[in-house]
Design a protein around this ligand. Structure first.
Ligand code: PMP
Length: 425
């Protein structure tokens, strides 16, 4: 109560808005995929505290690595040398497609990395115009907002030079159900011709859209988009802030599903498992022109966050985290399909690995989005001690992006909880 009152009194309205439940929960402790509130109740975190918790809350390996680093030297500004960020840069570069020299610029967050990627693309190409998808979310800074298509996330007065293309949503996209990539690729060409100078700096694509409601890119879309944007002088930039680190189950990076090699890759969230860190990984020659001017993030390459990042990569490797995301994600998706067969309120279930969503509709034929049912199921799940998140441009999807240590037993509990929630409506 005291925490809620303090928050109400001293948080700006813009930050208060995000208390998701009718009655606030005060979380006190986390371990792997679970959280405990101040009263000792245990919850399953299907939100992964906003996709940040890749390998598990307070994962012992990550905590130990960060503590050891913090005790030695908490911060060392990038003007000086420090081994930990240099190691992490090397390790991140090694996760990238072979045949290119990859370099890393560390930031503190995903949106800072997006800003940096925008600047890098404009510096390298000499062009200004950018392309992004209509249901994209790329972050809260002014530049990242300018790339964010979902209007509910865009505030007045953001910078320009961004043209939006239709998202290749295979459920409710403008070209109809299961239209594939082709019409959306034609639309990119049309947009370049009609809504830009024709000289493109870059195109940003989330390899699987997160806040857009878990929208996968259909086969051929990412590679086809890269071809088109490169033909117009631009770069292909993959936003892996949500879809990276093995979350899709098949690959370390979401773009690998389509065989495309991006020019720039943006990452954050899961890299730090809760410690603030972001990074831009770019082909060496593309990052080079920016060195003509200064670009410096005070906390970028912070050794404590980088130590956490190194531990995350180690855990992903050693604990077969991606393989777990694949197996457990497939089991959860199968249960979600069963729920769809049973409950008419579910219009669609989708996703890959541990990046899944169910979308609620008022009517399966008209596909009218149902934000009210989504909110009711979400709130009911809270009483089942399941933390989900509402997403999508209509707030009609429930997103599941848990720590990737979720188990098959958790899957049964989650699916049973959702079943009860739908049955209670
Ligand atoms: N890109 C994507 C796909 C995101 O989901 C987010 C954060 N939700 C961002 C960028 C921005 O990251 P941050 O909030 O760390 O600035």
């Amino acid at each position: 109560q005291a925490t809620a009152a303090r928050r109400d009194n001293y948080y700006a309205a813009s930050q208060r808005k995000f208390v998701p439940f009718k009655d606030p929960i005060v979380f006190q402790r986390g371990s792997m995929q679970y959280l405990w509130d101040a009263e000792g109740n245990k919850y399953t975190d299907l939100l992964g505290m906003n996709v940040c918790i890749s390998v598990g809350h307070s994962h012992p390996t990550v905590v130990a690595a960060a503590m050891e680093q913090a005790q030695q030297l908490t911060h060392c500004t990038t003007m000086f040398y420090h081994p930990t960020p240099a190691h992490l840069a090397e390790e991140l570069a090694a996760t990238m497609p072979k045949g290119h020299e990859w370099v890393v610029h560390f930031t503190n967050s995903g949106s800072e990395a997006i800003d940096l990627a925008m600047t890098m693309a404009r510096s390298y190409t000499g062009n200004l115009d950018l392309l992004a998808l209509r249901t994209a979310y790329h972050g809260p800074t002014a530049s990242a907002q300018s790339l964010t298509g979902i209007s509910g996330w865009r505030h007045p007065g953001m910078p320009g030079n961004v043209a939006f293309v239709a998202e290749p949503n295979q459920y409710r996209g403008i070209f109809g159900e299961n239209a594939g990539a082709a019409p959306y690729l034609d639309e990119i060409d049309q947009t370049i011709r009609t809504a830009t100078t024709g000289q493109i700096a870059g195109m940003f694509v989330e390899s699987v859209q997160g806040y857009g409601g878990i929208i996968e890119m259909p086969k051929g879309y990412m590679s086809g988009a890269a071809e088109r944007v490169r033909a117009a002088g631009g770069l292909y930039i993959a936003d892996e802030v949500q879809s990276g680190f093995g979350r899709t189950g098949d690959h370390m990076w979401g773009f690998e599903a389509d065989g495309v090699v991006p020019d720039i890759i943006v990452m954050a969230k899961g890299l730090g498992n809760g410690f603030p860190i972001g990074a831009v990984v770019a082909k060496k020659e593309i990052a080079a022109p920016m060195a003509e001017k200064f670009m410096f993030h005070t906390y970028g390459a912070n050794p404590t966050s980088c130590a956490a990042g190194r531990a995350v990569l180690q855990v992903i490797r050693e604990d077969k985290v991606m393989e777990n995301a694949k197996t457990v994600g497939a089991a959860l998706l199968a249960r979600l399909h069963e729920l769809k067969d049973k409950h008419a309120a579910i219009g669609d279930v989708r996703g890959r690995g541990l990046m899944l969503a169910i979308e609620m509709v008022k009517d399966r034929k008209t596909k009218e989005p149902d934000a009210e049912t989504t909110a009711a199921v979400f709130e009911h799940c809270r009483s089942q001690r399941l933390i989900l998140s509402k997403s999508g441009p209509f707030q009609s999807s429930l997103r599941m992006v848990p720590p990737m240590c979720l188990t098959l037993e958790d899957v049964d509990r989650v699916a049973d909880g959702l079943d009860q929630a739908f049955s209670s409506l």
